[in-house]
Design a protein around this ligand. Structure first.
Ligand code: GLU
Ligand code: ZN
Length: 326
């Protein structure tokens, strides 16, 4: 019974075993793109005899949808994916994040920032090219952590970026993102009094003894930030592996405008899990044609070498091949 160990007791990082995680954000329903990443994480983990954790990243409060939280386990089970620990909910771990923040404050690694989004957009010198937003112009960097007490208005905590750690990605190889060009000093605690993704994910991965972080390559630029946090806390970092995303025919990340690719929709339309697994396996170069395959059959076929380095473009005819017309 893979789901027997329901509660995480904090005692898992004692061994040097391989530990991986599935870390869905319930900000919307899980779709074919999420399924492909889940599948890669699961196959890599099972092939490495890793312990696999399911962690629900539900701290992004205004964007989290309760119905999406409820669906995640059903979606994963439908695909046949299991896990050894969890689900663990980030919203139940706030004291850990608060403790980590106070550590950063005490070390003056963070400062209180009162800038609004438009303050930053107006002060930024260069137009920003991606979803990372403009480079933070360090308007508030002169502040000390203790200044927070006398501000009398909402503020976020920003981390002082002093370098950009390079890393060797498990799939992409040597990777470098210059943080002084991408985002700059980043938020670790939002002015809504909740931890930001960067802080929560590092605190959790460290506390849970995660050794393998496998996730979508939209998060490549997050990795140097997270490495800075590992350095600041004095924790050893996991290995990072970023996998290509699924995009629509317009080349953009899979979204509603590309039709209904939610796993629940496929399920309700009568698509079988092996049919979808066949499509995903084919997209990863493990099958020559789109034919149904079960998870146990797929396990020995998994390898990184055939995975195309660019995004997988989901075309309507591929969905047709598995009997689905959105
Ligand atoms: N929760 C994030 C997402 O669904 C993934 C975070 C991570 O893997 O570090 O995009
Ligand atoms: Zn500021």
């Amino acid at each position: 019974m893979p789901h027997a160990e329901r509660r995480y007791n904090g005692a898992m990082n004692a061994s040097t075993a391989t530990v991986a995680r599935l870390a869905p954000s319930p900000t919307g329903a899980q779709h074919i793109g999420n399924a492909r990443t889940f599948l890669l994480v699961w196959l890599a983990a099972r092939r490495a005899n890793a312990r696999l954790i399911l962690r629900i990243e539900d701290i992004d409060s205004p964007r989290v949808k309760p119905e999406a939280v409820a669906q995640i386990e059903e979606d994963l089970r439908w695909l046949g994916l299991d896990w050894d620990v969890g689900p663990i909910y980030q919203t139940q771990r706030l004291p850990l994040y608060e403790q980590a923040l106070s550590q950063l404050r005490a070390a003056e690694r963070v400062y209180p920032c009162t800038c609004s989004r438009s303050d930053i957009a107006n002060a930024a010198s260069a137009p920003h090219a991606d979803h990372e937003g403009p480079v933070y112009p360090r308007t508030c960097a002169h502040r000390r952590a203790a200044d927070a007490e006398s501000l009398g208005r909402p503020f976020a905590w920003r981390f002082r970026v002093d370098h950009s750690p390079a890393f060797v990605d498990g799939f992409r190889g040597p990777t470098y993102v210059d943080l002084s060009q991408v985002g700059g000093d980043f938020v670790v605690w939002k002015n809504s009094a909740t931890p930001a993704y960067q802080l929560a994910v590092v605190v959790d991965d460290a506390a849970m003894g995660v050794t393998e972080v496998i996730r979508g390559d939209d998060l490549v630029a997050s990795t140097p930030r997270q490495l800075l946090l590992y350095e600041a806390f004095g924790w050893s970092a996991p290995r990072f592996t970023h996998v290509p995303l699924v995009v629509g025919t317009d080349g953009r990340r899979l979204a509603k405008r590309h039709g209904d690719t939610r796993l629940a929709a496929l399920r309700h339309a009568g698509v079988s899990a092996p049919a979808l697994l066949g499509l995903l396996a084919w997209s990863c170069g493990w099958l020559d044609t789109i034919t149904p395959i079960t998870l146990p059959e797929l396990l020995p076929l998994f390898r990184w070498q055939t995975l195309p380095p660019s995004a997988f473009m989901l075309r309507p005819e591929y969905l047709k091949a598995i009997g689905y017309e959105p």
